[in-house]
Ligand binder design. Sequence first.
Ligand code: A3P
Length: 273
Amino acid sequence: HSSSSSSSSSSYNATQQRLPGAIIIGVRKGGTRALLEMLNLHPNVEVAKAEVHYFNVEEHYRQGLAWYRAQMPFTLPGQLTVEKTPGYFASPQVPARIWNMNPAIRLLLIVRDPAERLVSDYTQVLHNRLSRHKPYQPLEELLLHKNRINPAYKALQRSLYHLHLARWLEVFPLEQIHVVDGDALIRDPFPELRKAERFLDLPPRISPNNFYYNTTKGFYCLLSAGHDKCLDESKGRPHAPLSTQAFKKLCRYFRKPNKLFFEMVGRSFFLVL
Ligand code: A3P
């Protein structure tokens, strides 16, 4: 019995900041925030609220693991720490860096129809530009050159999932990467969360009662211990317009990359929209 000792309440409770046991590595606009908040419903999970950008931003990485750990939430022994940084997925230097930290780490990748993702990506950049009173080209100007898809457009490249995943698979076995279906997560989050719990070896604690469809928002929101939480207005904003013709061209462009991605993970996605 050590009640006479002057240990701090944090050491009494054994809460500490710990390195993550799982990381949501992307994709940008795939539903990474929704997935993180939904995993946080689990009593054994604590999440880093802000995006950490440790492995992909040199000035952070240079500060080492002490800095990384300091970005993490306080947890009890046995709780799982999770962080999400969507920029990790498409950054070539990141897989080996994560492996060097912990070769047994579990990785979560949430994907979404690549054409939808691209439009969402453009819409976010447009929004950021406009809020800083900066102009931005219309989507079609970036996407098409002489009426053909412009392969140099960055948001297009970020939707070529097979290219990025190939680099991760040079470092990690596929068993360590769980792919979440972001389109399914929008339509009906619970089944995707149950699969994620299983992948993370967590006892099943998230239930369908943790979710309700908010008709105003047009998305599922979260219920936990009497609290009601929807993602903020930066999630689910109206997409920038794109002609049906250009969108179809885009979908056609992604057909082969999608097929390669499905072969890589041994599963199909983006079937029902
Ligand atoms: P849109 O804004 O294009 O609709 P990220 O968090 O990776 O930036 O992903 C944002 C996307 O998460 C949103 O894209 C939205 O469609 C999706 N999303 C999934 N579930 C959601 C939810 N319950 N509430 C709001 N957005 C959700």
